[in-house]
Design a protein around this ligand. Structure first.
Ligand SMILES: Cc1cc2nc3c(=O)[nH]c(=O)nc-3n(C[C@H](O)[C@H](O)[C@H](O)COP(=O)(O)OP(=O)(O)OC[C@H]3O[C@@H](n4cnc5c(N)ncnc54)[C@H](O)[C@@H]3O)c2cc1C
Length: 293
């Protein structure tokens, strides 16, 4: 069984999701981690280079992170190779010559299990598989993109929300705020909690539409889909469009003063109370636990 992982790098380091997939891939079969290199490599050029190599090496399973780049490259590669493609997987198992995956559907309302014969290509959500403690950095094979780019990647430009924090889609802990926080002046308190937890910041669309927070922080159907270990929803009602982006989180904590708020239907832990009482008390409690450890 030959397994490929399409690696992504950020600031010269392998992205966490690529390392998670390398660990998973190694548990399935013979692993090759490939990184497409070159000037301004577009998803099209990367998929072309990978497809050329796949013709000679015939991988049974190709895994990519379900990041914007990973999804783009993986879908193009599957099309070029005319293979089954599963996007946004949250679990997968290989049995004999077939693969079965789990993924959310209908804006996260249901979880579907789907099966296809190998070979196949999958994009897998960050945090879907654990990164074993002390896992060695996987060996990465560089693959030069040779295709003349019809579409060129120019550069990344940092956004207002990216300074110093983990990217939202890869974060293991997210502190997310809704309209219940009343206004942008409440965010220093949200950030204080995020800081002690080493968390990324998220927001509901009510918040980003109001301009309290940048659009990049929006979680949900028309925002980012996130799969952290811990999602803390502060003053968020739990509209279906918000839930679409965060119900795959492993543990959901919700704070809302309305005991009937829909967010409690998906929460593992619910606190019925005032977010302005919760925030300073909880932030202090986390600080004390951290100082004690
Ligand atoms: C096509 C479409 C796409 C959409 N896409 C998205 C999306 O991607 N993401 C998204 O989030 N939304 C999306 N929406 C909007 C969505 O329907 C909701 O309007 C939005 O999620 C509501 O945001 P909210 O929960 O912050 O605000 P509200 O619904 O106003 O909820 C505020 C909550 O705060 C609680 N609260 C108030 N004061 C306090 C307090 N002091 N302490 C504790 N709790 C308090 C209230 O009880 C309430 O439950 C979309 C809508 C449409 C039509």
């Amino acid at each position: 069984m030959k397994v490929w992982v399409i690696a992504e790098q950020k600031d010269g380091e392998l992205r966490r999701v690529s390392r998670e997939l390398a660990a998973k891939g190694a548990s399935i079969g013979d692993l090759t981690v490939l990184r497409v290199t070159g000037e301004h490599v577009s998803a099209l050029a990367a998929a072309t280079a990978l497809a050329e190599r796949a013709k000679t090496e015939s991988p049974d399973l190709v895994l990519a992170g379900a990041t914007p780049t990973g999804r783009d490259v993986a879908a193009r590669l599957a099309a070029k190779l005319t293979r089954a493609y599963f996007s946004e997987c949250t679990d997968l198992t290989v049995e004999g010559s077939s693969i079965e995956v789990s993924r959310g559907m209908y804006a996260g309302k249901v979880r579907a299990r789907m099966r296809a014969p190998l070979p196949a290509v999958c994009s897998v959500r960050p945090n879907a598989f654990p990164l074993p403690e002390g896992a060695a950095e996987p060996a990465v094979t560089d693959l030069a993109a040779s295709d003349a780019p019809r579409l060129a990647f120019v550069r990344f430009e940092p956004t207002a929300s990216s300074g110093g924090r983990v990217p939202l889609s890869e974060a293991r802990v997210i502190v997310s705020g809704g309209r219940g926080l009343k206004g942008p002046e409440s965010w220093p308190q949200v950030e204080a909690l995020a800081d002690v937890l080493g968390a990324a910041l998220g927001a509901s669309r009510a918040v980003t539409d109001a301009g309290w927070r940048p659009n990049e922080e929006q979680v949900g159907q028309t925002g980012k889909t996130v799969t952290p270990d811990l999602y803390i929803a502060l003053g968020i009602s739990g509209a279906i469009q918000h839930l679409a982006g965060m119900t795959s989180s492993k543990v959901i904590v919700a704070v809302n003063k309305d005991p009937d708020a829909d967010i409690f239907k998906v929460a593992d832990y619910g606190i019925v109370g005032d977010v302005f009482e919760f925030l300073p008390a909880f932030t202090d409690a986390v600080k004390q636990v951290k100082q004690g450890s």
